[in-house]
Design a protein around this ligand. Sequence first.
Ligand code: GAL
Length: 727
Amino acid sequence: MVMNFRDKAWIFLAIMCFSLLICSTKALVSYDHKALIINGQKRILLSGSIHYPRSTPEMWPELIKKAQEGGLDVIQTYVFWNGHEPSPGQYYFGDRYDLVRFIKLVQQAGLYVSLRIGPYVCAEWNFGGIPVWLKYVPGMVFRTDNGPFKTAMQKFTKKIVDIMKEEKLFETQGGPIILSQIENEYGPMEWEIGSAGKAYTKWTAAMALGLSTGVPWVMCKQDDAPYPIINTCNGFYCEGFKPNSVDQPKMWTENWTGWFTEFGGAIPNRPVEDLAFSVARFIQNGGSFMNYYMYHGGTNFDRTSGEFITTSYDYDAPLDEYGLLREPKYSHLKELHKVIKLCEPALVSVDPTINSLGNKQEAHVFKSKTSCAAFLSNYDTSYAAKVMFRGFPYDLPPWSISILPDCKTEYHNTAKIRSPSILMKMVPTSTRFSWESYNEAIPSSGDYGTFARDGFLEQISMTRDKTDYFWYLTDITISSNEGFLKTGEDPLLTICSAGHALHVFVNGQLAGTSYGALSSPKLTFSQRIKLREGVNKLAILSTAVGLPDAGVHYETWNTGVLGPATLNGVNSGAWDMSKWKWSYKIGTKGEAMSLHTTTGSSSVEWTEGSFVAVKQPLTWYKSSFNAPVGNEPLALDMNTMGKGQVWVNGHNIGRQWPAYTAHGNCGRCNYAGIYNEKKCLSNCGQSSQRWYHVPRSWLKPSGNLLVVFEEWGGDPSGISVVKRTNK
Ligand code: GAL
């Protein structure tokens, strides 16, 4: 056939149109009432949260690979503002904060990214992710219709979006990001704040949309998320959730796989039967995006954890803190994911018909022209049901769903666990320590680095959270005519603190310690103290244990000694110490000298051998050690220590505090019905956290420097290196 010019022109035009069509569908992430549409395809998306700074870059590829093998399509992460902008305008995107590297690794593994920019994140992360310096910008009020906050929030959000665009990371640019989140669970906050909150929501939405990312934005727990922003659900169950608009898909941004641990609290866990049930129930009810929060919880290294949150952020997630498979959770969910994927064509093309199969049993059937998938559910929490479906019998254990990707064969039941349980163990290694100790002197008023004021100063306004430690120092002068010295009745010292822990030293001796808890960060130290005639030195070390991450205007919450403070039982009556002149000192001596580093630690004389301090407060310990051979993850057993921090080769591995839990909170884990993190607990009467993850990549084969700071007294001879393994 001979083509004339007109024919050729038509063919050219047709090719152009076709490729344009492909390009434009490729360059589009949109949605309808069923699902997100990517590259023109409606998708059922299974997602999991992995927060990049909660592991090391060396761990990322393996974590992402395991997530991909576990059947996930998407990795979800928050963006951690206070990690990226430690001081105003000074940005940091290195090492564990290398967000671009993390996203590119996810892309290389063939997965999508759901980017929760926030920039407020909650997340049991220090100050909810917002930099502490922001609090001190004049006129600042967080998360409301406040000019300074909106300016700062917009600047950071835009900065992140710009970086993502420059690196071509949005799906519309060929990258993996299919979804972004602005703010975090602002709905309940808006409800409490009122009209200023409503105005802030509108502004936030418009600001985000104005950044033109090309992919949909979500706002979680935001009933009034302005269109086209999608409101999403967070919780242990979300089957009954409804998006704001009939043309928006039903999405679940946080399906809690367990729960976080607080210092002094028992360790929560969520049985996989219940987790799998919640997923299947959400999908059978038309849900199309489900994210596990967390898929890998990881570690709150350094001082990144929120108020009273343990260093471990294991979360009972499918990948444990160390990145190992938690079984049978991981494999049972993997099986569930495979089966959901088999149902995908039916799930995205039709709405289900729902038939009753019994009193508390139902069938959800997705039947299209070409496919059929059925979910048979038993909502009864104690009785196994035998049901008939399309003429065949099915056994449904209590609180379970069977999935039939062909409307006939049961491929999976959420409560029938086929994967074996694997018990993880902490196995001793041959690594030995040879401890040296250094006792830091207790400061007193007038020392170098102290400054004096009348009355009490709030702690964070002074430390700006550069350290956990803040000293309150004063002299108590007892004249010879104060009778208690003769009667022998010691005076009662009462100090009220807004949080989080206090160590009280009288004349160089530790007189006592008090601390609060997540449920009540405030504390009162009240104890009789030994005083002598003349000048007595009172030194109070106030210790912050992370800053709050949630609550209405949590940025206004105080830390440290704010009074009242009284001394009772002296002859002249009760002394109100809150108006006294107090001297202050920021941080410890050891911090000022960088004792956690090789150079810093060589600047002081350390005590060795049998003179090494045991059970003494304010003690620094150091030892050199060799890395155990092999590649199993490693941890430090810190159970014989009191409270403080730990560094390995200069890396802060986090706050150490075994923090024994109350006995008796652990009951039978009766999850079926409504799971509640307070019911499924382990470790009652034991440490909240005994083991502290030491990433392999922070170690060399030999000559590693381990430094421990101990606040109130511990025995370093009990510290050991263990391997985490299932052998
Ligand atoms: C949610 C919050 C998350 C995290 C979670 C509990 O309400 O959005 O950031 O804090 O609770 O782990």
